[in-house]
Design a protein around this ligand. Structure first.
Ligand code: SF4
Length: 360
């Protein structure tokens, strides 16, 4: 059974969010796969994004004023953290059936994120005005009052939409704040700057005032800040609109551009279905990924593959299977994110994506 290599035919864009725009700039084909019902499921839950969501959610609960005052705050934070992590764990287990998902405390970055986040949130001053519902107006002018916490914004005219983590007023300045789950944020990257400027435009449309600053805040509470310039916002908005038209044109033409490269592809889950990736990659690219046909069972949990492409100096590869995975003789398989386990040998991790046969 050989594998099919689909050409993505996802929905046309009627509007775009900052994260989708970033995906589009990196590789239009990636965004098309993301929007194609046949392939979108390959974006499976990861522990890294799960921790990010927990950090976001907990920070916003505190920002909304729902956390009790010290000394009860610490215990409340620990209970909330535990409940949110368990929710994420269930989602991950559902997304990776038959795989042995590690316990949350063994997720990379779990301990550091928990310690730093809870320490910072325990010290945050309480909201003087008490619990608030994000996005509900408390002002008398008809405009929604700030802060806005995870309020969805859209502008039909410019076809932009998005949900900034927080829009607030501090020291008389309006700020758009984006929370990062990591620590040690080093400056504001081009992608982050673009995302924040799109949020600034959406705030201008919804609130009537252009924010003064865009801010990235890490789990320790450290901030990187930039002043917003109106011309820069207009430029980013115009570029995003051009990108929407050009993407839709590619879909209409039935051929979406791919931009394979070691940087763009290494984080892309669609390596598993993308023939451009397999035609372009070489052994110097990050990630140990293989594609081949099962020709021999070499043990209870291992098979030998005849490689269709991949490692120089070798035409076969021994694949050590993770528990819960069985392969049939003659099947063509693609396996991603293996761990090296010797010459021409790799071991699947619990979250290695695997595509097999024609049925997938
Ligand atoms: S694997 Fe690379 S080329 Fe293929 S869709 Fe992803 S980023 Fe684009």
């Amino acid at each position: 059974m050989s594998l099919a290599w689909p050409e993505p035919s996802g929905e046309r864009l009627s509007q775009i969010s900052p994260s989708a725009y970033t995906a589009l700039l990196r590789c239009p084909k990636r965004l098309a796969f993301q929007r194609d019902l046949r392939t979108k499921h390959w974006v499976a839950q990861s522990t890294r994004t799960a921790l990010g969501r927990v950090a976001h959610r907990l920070t916003e609960l505190v920002a909304q004023g729902t956390a009790p005052l010290p000394p009860d705050r610490r215990e409340w934070l620990e209970a909330q953290w535990e409940a949110l992590v368990q929710q994420e764990n269930l989602l991950i287990e559902g997304a990776w059936p038959n795989r042995q998902v590690p316990a949350p405390r063994d997720w990379p970055g779990y301990v550091a994120t928990r310690v730093r986040l809870l320490r910072r949130l325990a010290d945050l001053p309480a909201d003087r005005e008490g619990p608030r519902v994000p996005g509900i107006s408390r002002g008398s002018t008809g405009q929604p009052s700030l802060p806005w916490v995870e309020r969805y914004l859209e502008d039909m005219r410019t076809r932009l939409c998005g949900t900034p983590d927080r829009v607030e007023r501090r020291d008389g300045r309006i700020r758009v704040v984006d929370l990062k789950s990591g620590v040690g944020q080093a400056g504001i990257s081009d992608d982050q700057q673009r995302q924040l400027l799109i949020y600034a435009h959406l705030v201008l449309t919804a609130y009537g005032s252009l924010p003064n600053d865009v801010v990235i805040q890490d789990v320790r509470g450290r901030e990187e800040k930039r002043e917003v310039e109106g011309k820069e916002v207009q430029r980013v908005v115009a570029q995003a609109n051009e990108a929407i038209d050009s993407f839709n044109q590619m879909l209409d033409d039935g051929s979406v551009d791919a931009r394979p490269g070691p940087e763009a592809c290494q984080w892309c889950p669609f390596r598993v279905v993308c023939d451009d990736y397999w035609e372009s990659r070489d052994d110097a690219w990050p990630r140990l990924d293989v594609r081949g046909v099962v020709t021999e069972r070499t043990g209870q949990h291992s098979v030998r593959l005849d490689l269709a492409s991949g490692l120089p100096g070798s035409t076969t590869f021994r694949l050590l299977l993770t528990p819960g995975v069985k392969l049939l003789m003659g099947e063509e398989v693609v396996a991603l994110d293996l761990e090296r386990a010797g010459p021409s040998t790799g071991r699947m991790r619990w979250n290695s994506r695997l595509r097999r046969g024609a049925a997938d």
